[in-house]
Design a protein around this ligand. Structure first.
Ligand code: HEC
Length: 480
């Protein structure tokens, strides 16, 4: 009898795990072989990652839903097939004196918006770079982020040092003149916020760098040494993230919360959606939460079932994607929100919300597009099971509102929207809309997304009118 045993076991041996190339072709290529349409990095870019970071992306990062369909061994196999980088020493290119003290003086481009009003403007008296100099700029140095293909964070310059995060899950402090490294710090999830550097008075007065990661943890580190001072997880939803730079004002840090479920909703089995955007006030010295206000007041409840039989939930969404704007005069913090992800829509999506600094209470809200529930299942052919009946138009407010005082003494809040419309709101009359100007066609990835600026006289806006949904979903092809 014994000699037959190996034969009986044979079928199991033949049901071997698929190899990396097969896994890639069947589970990843539909998106990653079509980067231009899907924004998924091409295999040539993924090659620059370590297998470890690819596994992390599949386990708990941006590819969590795709990874959920793979066993642990399959994740390792496909990661080993794609990722060719080996973790390198991170102390390459260290500055001669990495412990040199950091002084925040001098010209700066700090946080997302340069100032708490998010003007993104430097007056001629401060700016050293003149428009006429731009054509003559030459490359002085280059710094490669190890083990990745991207940095998604705006670099900031304070006290002659650059603070920036790479998609390799590291935050760096570099010398602006030479590119040498003062310190770097590893985070469990990638950081894509700009970094806000401020002097915080406490038992010890320090220069502190604030930022947040894509798994909703906010950090405070010593800007001189990179030493972690505190970290605070601001929301327990598994898709919660921080994308906008933290804003600092009078001992508090204001952090926007992103409810990252728009992508997962592409999976017809995903119970869309239970995450809500929000604004959180933290004590800058300790990281302790002072208040937290969801942009959607009502807790999501079970609604309908989608055509694939999965339970749907709502209301949800209304993420705060950008750095909040501080109004010291009125003691308010303003933030723009994105769309809802599921039905029913709320009156706080695609809106500017004014939060009381002391209590977190929403003092006024001005909605710029009504009834906008949307997620990435919309328009997705057979896999659009979880697209809410409102079906968009996906007109988030992605850019920070800009607070300016005009020459006539009046104040205006400048708002940029994916609808392609720029709006002027009156912060002294509960956010009443004063003017609206269309500058682009608008769309899911169109209209105005980031980077608007104002010198107090003009508003400057960049338009991104690409036909994303048409390109990605126009064929009705399922990426799932
Ligand atoms: C439904 C489309 C889709 C499928 C299927 C898909 N991806 Fe992705 N992937 C994307 C998109 C879009 C991004 C960019 C996400 C972003 O930057 O927010 C991405 C990003 C990534 C990244 C970079 C993550 C990071 O931290 O920067 C990795 C690694 C990755 N995908 C691996 C995979 C692997 C491995 C598979 C197959 C098992 C896969 N993906 C399947 C769409 C897809």
């Amino acid at each position: 009898m014994l000699r037959f045993l190996p034969l009986l076991l044979l079928p199991a041996a033949f049901a071997a795990e698929p190899d990396g190339a097969t896994l890639y072709a069947t589970r990843c290529a539909a998106c990653h072989d079509h980067s231009a349409e899907t924004r998924a990095p091409a295999p040539s870019a993924l090659k620059l990652m370590t297998p470890e970071n690819i596994v992390l992306a599949l386990e708990s990062g941006t590819m969590k839903e795709q990874g959920a369909k793979l066993s642990a061994a399959e994740k390792r196999t496909v990661a080993g097939f794609l990722g060719k980088a080996t973790a390198v020493e991170t102390n390459a290119g260290m500055c001669a004196d990495p412990k040199a003290r950091f002084h925040p003086e001098g010209p700066a481009w700090n946080g997302w918006g340069v100032d708490v009003s998010n003007t993104r403007f430097e007056p001629a008296s401060v700016a050293r770079l003149k428009a006429g100099d731009v054509p003559n700029l030459k490359l002085k140095w280059a710094f490669a982020f190890p083990n990745t293909f991207a940095s998604n964070a705006q670099p900031v310059i304070v006290g002659g040092r650059i603070f920036i995060a790479g998609a390799n899950r590291r935050v760096y402090s570099l010398d602006a003149k030479t590119g040498c490294q003062y310190w770097s710090m590893e985070t469990p999830a990638p950081v894509r916020t700009a970094i806000t550097v401020v002097t915080v008075k406490g038992e010890i007065t320090r220069q502190v760098a604030f930022f947040g990661d894509r798994r909703a943890t906010a950090y405070a580190v010593d800007a001189s040494s990179g030493e972690l001072l505190w970290k605070t997880h601001i929301d327990d939803h598994p898709r919660a993230a921080i994308v906008g730079a933290p804003a600092y004002f009078e001992g508090r840090v204001y952090v926007g919360l992103v409810a990252g479920e728009e992508g997962p909703a592409m999976n017809p089995q995903y119970e869309c959606c239970t995450a809500r955007g929000g604004l959180i006030a933290l004590d800058a010295a300790t990281g302790k939460q002072i208040w937290k206000t969801y942009t959607v007041d009502e807790k999501p409840h079970a609604t309908t079932k989608n055509s694939a039989g999965a339970q749907m939930w709502g209301p949800s969404g209304a993420s705060i994607w950008s750095a909040p704007t501080v109004d010291g005069e009125k003691h308010l913090v303003y933030a723009g929100t994105g769309d809802n992800f599921s039905s029913p829509p709320t009156k706080t999506s695609d809106a500017i919300l004014a939060f009381d600094m002391n209590t977190g209470k929403i003092v006024w809200d001005t909605q710029l597009t009504e009834g906008d529930s949307f997620n990435m299942a919309c328009g997705q052919g057979p896999s659009r099971a979880s697209c809410p009946e409102e079906n968009g138009p996906d007109f988030d407010i992605g850019a920070s509102p800009i607070l300016v005082k005009l020459a006539n003494g009046k104040r205006v809040l400048l708002v940029s929207q994916k609808s392609g419309v720029a709006h002027g709101l009156d912060p002294d009359h509960d956010g009443k809309v004063v003017w609206e100007t269309r500058v682009g066609k608008g769309g899911a990835l169109g209209g105005i997304q980031w980077g608007s600026a104002s010198d107090g006289k003009n508003m400057y806006v960049a338009v991104s009118d690409i036909d994303f949904l048409q390109a990605q979903f126009g064929t009705g092809k399922s990426w799932w």
